[in-house]
Design a protein around this ligand. Sequence first.
Ligand code: ADP
Ligand code: MG
Length: 694
Amino acid sequence: MLDKSIQYIKGIGPKRAALLYNELGLETVEDLLYFLPRKYIDRSNTKSINNCFVNDFVTVMGVVKQVKISGHKKKFLEIVIDDGTDTLSGVFFGGIQYFIKLFEKGDTVLFSGRVDYYTNKQIVHPEYDFIGDSSDTLHTGRIVPIYPSTENLKTNGFNSRFFRKIIYTALSEAKQFITEPFDADMLNRLQCMPLSQAIECIHFPSSMDEAYNARKRLAFNELFFLQYYLHLSRQYIRQTSKQKKPIINTATYHAFIKNLPFQLTGDQLQAIEEIINDLNADFPMNRMLQGDVGSGKTVVSLIASIAVISRGQQVALMAPTEILAQQHYATFKKLLPNTISVALLTGSTSQAERKSILDGLKDGSIDIIIGTHALIQETVEFANLGFIIIDEQHRFGVNQRAQLRTKGAIPDLLVMTATPIPRSLSLTLYGDLDISTIKEKPANRIPITTLAFPVSKLEAVYRSLEKYMDEGRQVYYVLPLIDDSEKLDLKSATATFKQLQKRFPNKSIALLHGKIQNIDKEKIMSLFNNHALDMLVSTTVIEVGIDVANASIIVIEHPERFGLSQLHQLRGRVGRGTYKSFCVLIYPDSISPESIQRINILTSTDDGFIIAEEDLKIRGAGEFIGTRQHGKGIAFEFADPINDFELIGIAREEAKKQVEALKDIPVLFENVKRPYTMNILEGIRKKHILAMLS
Ligand code: ADP
Ligand code: MG
């Protein structure tokens, strides 16, 4: 029944079914049941028209008394409604022909919006919805669900009233077929309402509380099944890919640590130990190394690489940008003994070189390959890939990660990120990863001073830059755009570069941005690295990973254009050496109070975890989880990773307990029934897991 096409629901039929499918993707009865109200109108909260005053935001309900075209030069449509206390007009300036057909005398309608007064009370372009007549309790109960629709559907009469009707019919026919995935004991323990009741209540709640609890149950479903799946896949991989890994020669990496020019921090040592334990375990490592910018993740991954090479396997390190790959390559070359052979493979590697690298990977003569997503290409084959490191992993889609992984038997995987993920989110998204965290910064670091100035103080800032450059320091100068734009009143890197050249005629300054050829980017970066440049004017291409210890100042214009975590990342480009470092934010005259508030967060803390939490509050989870449209993340229908934090914890514990109690995981895993909630895994997670299994 739940799988049946919606066309069999009374009131739909094949033609409407096709339209609903095309416009909203609704195909089966189950889809319809999970088609959620956009909002509810609590009719005890609607205002009587005589109580509406100008500038109030209100929802009113009344009967259409008149549909008329008014105005002299500029015509507009007026829908006059009456609720017994007074009249109010819904006014439409555009789409007159459309709206004139939509509203009929005698319809009961809801209008929401800001009250205006012209010749009578009115709401211009109100949000509107239709309510059935008062004999029909479905539409006139206290809480009325309002469904999302598209213009095209509305033209065809698919308004909330229509949805209420068909969903009501679908519910009465199909409710008994909704299977409860949880047993009575679990429902009881977790105090949640049965699924079928939740689905009914989400459409037709008798109170707002009930609607809230229904949503909570559906959110729990979603979170629970995600966690269940993550735990299951984790257990599955652990149990089915048991392998005896070759033995690590501990002496090699111990000696390396001893000879490092600096002392590793306690957190770095701890992370190394956790990684080595996984490398020695009989299951493949699946670990995330998170640590704030500049916490020294690279060297940790390098030490792990030495361990893997000592057991006779190859290592692949994938970075999101060419510049970063080059830098890692330089670091590895510099630090590793020359008995270990390292190669760099990116989009700009020449054909001849590429061929010899591919051969070297295939015959095993190259130990470590560093590159961009060029590494994922089909032609890249390994003799014995044992370890994959992915830097700045949030820059990659999960698919790209999975693809690289298929290049080895079941290689150990370490993903690194400097975008600390708030705990609620990491539990949701990376429930299948073990996490190592570096919180400590290397001891020699002097904290970065962050200052914010209005653009009018720019000349004073320039004078300081001059002084520091005279002392031998280098400067990053970051702008939000490459070129001037007609639409945006923002300073661009290209224009600013020219100005700065004029302002500092004795300094050598270069311009770096995404449109510059890779080969030139490389040259510019290496000039900057070798201190042949005093200043690098750039866009956010330098955002991730770049490490030049002598650069001690970063100026960022238009900080209001960047996310907090992004600004924090940019700031992390300095403070990498032993010099006192500065991050200078230059904001325009016209800046919103919210932007000022954001800038204040940045000047008051340099803890990436706190900044990430704040960023999450301000911008929502989208930044972290991606959106389904982009095929890069998980989109929840009901759950909210921020507000449902507690629920995530409960779902995780519950799922873990249940998975651990299972006897036969592999079989079960293959047969995981696909409750509707698995939709959330559809895009990426499932493929990820399948790719890892294949
Ligand atoms: P991130 O964690 O942001 O990737 P990097 O790995 O690029 O940071 O490290 C930043 C800089 O700090 C590098 O130049 C690295 O050599 C240096 N570094 C790493 N660990 C230490 C340490 N324990 N003491 C001093 N410097 C360190
Ligand atoms: Mg890094």
